[in-house]
Write a protein that binds this ligand. Structure first.
Ligand code: ADP
Length: 460
């Protein structure tokens, strides 16, 4: 396929084409209307003048020798008039066209039609329009009256108009063409600027922006939308890079621990008891690795949008109750009080395993990070949403950390959290699952007072 014309050229050509059509149409219409009008008024004048001339024809003269008819008509300045005998002989002639040849056929037609309008086009005399009327007496032609006017005035008016049109239309089109090109060029220049800037921005330097100082019009909005999109892409790329770096780091830690452990153990022969200890330490690290890879896999799936599967009804109160039963030994080991208040059953649509995981993560976190006190879980069914709150009396989360706790690998106190076996993915996973269920997960916290996580889910 050939290269398409630029938008600039296409806009200009369209604009010119339409203008040319309009101008030509207009000029033709003007020419036709004017020529009709001129010819019609000329014919009307001739008809009237010939009638007047006919009225002045006298047959008998006092002088009995001369039986020829005469007329006493003086035509207006630009007209000429003739009186012809029944045989076509010129009896009297006044004005410019007095010696134009007489055509018997025309006279015949004029007699039959009782008057005829025709164009004299003989070459020897100027082109003219003429009106012939017969003077009848008892059905016999006594004489013909002919009034004529040269067409020069009418024709030169029309050719003058044609000349003006022929000169003015191309000039107008040329001016409009340049003007159109100029306007299209000005309108499209910012788009060229956007293209050039955008070409400079590659995947590596996504932090560059177009930053074109354009007014708030269509193109300005395009540039700003593009910048906003770049910002989002930049943020997404950065998150992705951060995520990969964090994930590699998390995976390397247990591997390093295992490698060191193996190196030390294999250094020299060990007792069966020592081998057992080493292997069980390695087993713990493998568990950690397995957990981590499973978590990463779950997040990757939820990023790909294939998270919930086929939704089924889930009774939230029963689900929370199960989680609490599972976690009660952990709470009892730390002498924490674990209470659950479910006002009524609340059924939501979703994936029971995933929702189980959310509550498990949240209540386990509450137990992990609360040194002493109470953890209270409440289920409130509302008209269209179910709300679950998990409240602890732990150390709380400082305000500066609060907006980040749902980010992947984010840990408020990395050392303490890793000690507890956390990788910083628990809340990110919970958030991603709840979002996939069209619910919300929020946190409020006060340092030294405790933390409350609130989940809302749409009920069926
Ligand atoms: P981890 O696996 O480290 O627990 P999470 O994503 O579950 O990761 O939690 C992220 C961070 O939020 C934790 O490192 C912890 O510092 C903080 N956090 C989570 N829950 C609580 C809580 N109930 N009380 C205080 N801090 C909490």
């Amino acid at each position: 396929m050939g290269r398409r014309l630029s938008i600039r050229s296409r806009l200009t050509l369209w604009h010119l084409g339409l203008l040319a059509l309009t101008l030509i149409g207009f000029s033709v219409a003007l020419y036709v209307a004017l020529s009709e009008q001129l010819y019609r008024s000329l014919d009307q004048r001739l008809a009237l003048a010939s009638l007047t001339a006919l009225g002045t024809v006298r047959l008998e003269d006092d002088d009995s020798d001369n039986e020829n008819p005469t007329f006493r008509y003086s035509p207006p300045e630009d007209m000429s008039a003739r009186l012809l005998g029944p045989d076509g002989r010129i009896l009297q002639a006044l004005g410019l066209l007095s010696n134009a040849p007489v055509d018997p056929a025309i006279l015949d037609q004029a007699r039959t039609a009782n008057g005829l309008l025709y164009t004299i086009d003989q070459g020897s005399v100027p082109r003219a329009r003429a009106y012939v009327r017969p003077r009848l007496h008892d059905g016999r032609v006594e004489a013909y009256v002919e009034v004529a006017e040269p067409l020069t005035v009418t024709e030169s008016a029309l050719s003058g108009l044609a000349l003006i049109v022929l000169i003015a239309v191309p000039i107008t089109l040329a001016v409009a063409g340049f003007g159109g090109w100029f306007i299209a060029d000005r309108a499209l220049r910012p788009i060229d600027a956007i293209t050039r800037q955008a070409q400079r921005i590659s995947e590596q330097d996504l932090h560059h922006r177009l930053d074109l100082n354009l007014p708030d019009d269509e193109v300005g909005r395009l540039a700003r939308t593009f910048d906003a999109m770049l910002s989002r892409l930049d943020a997404a790329f950065q998150r992705q890079r951060q995520f990969t770096a964090d994930a590699s780091h998390e995976l390397r830690t247990p591997l390093t621990v295992m490698k060191t452990n193996l190196g030390v153990t294999l250094n020299r022969p060990r007792s069966a008891k020592q081998y057992e200890t080493a292997l069980s330490q390695i087993d713990g690290e493998v568990d950690r690795l397995t957990r981590l890879t499973n978590d990463l896999l779950l997040l990757a799936r939820s990023d790909a949008g294939q998270s919930i599967g086929q939704p089924r009804p889930v009774d939230l109160a029963a689900l929370v109750d199960d989680v609490i039963t599972e976690l009660r030994p952990l709470a009892e080991a730390k002498a924490l009080t674990l209470t659950c208040a479910a006002e009524a059953t609340a059924t939501v649509q979703g994936n029971a395993d995933q929702l189980h995981r959310v509550f498990f993560n949240l209540i386990e976190n509450a137990i992990k990070y609360t040194p002493e006190g109470t953890i209270t879980t409440r289920v409130h069914p509302q008209s269209d949403r179910a709300r679950v709150t998990i409240e602890d009396t732990g150390p709380g989360i400082a305000a500066e950390h609060l907006p980040h706790v749902f980010e992947r690998f984010y840990r408020v106190d990395a050392a303490r959290s890793r000690e507890q076996g956390g990788s910083g993915l628990g809340l990110a996973i919970a958030h991603s699952i709840i979002t996939a269920h069209h619910g919300t997960l929020e946190v409020t916290s006060e340092l030294g007072r405790g933390t409350t996580f609130t989940i809302t889910l749409p009920v069926v």
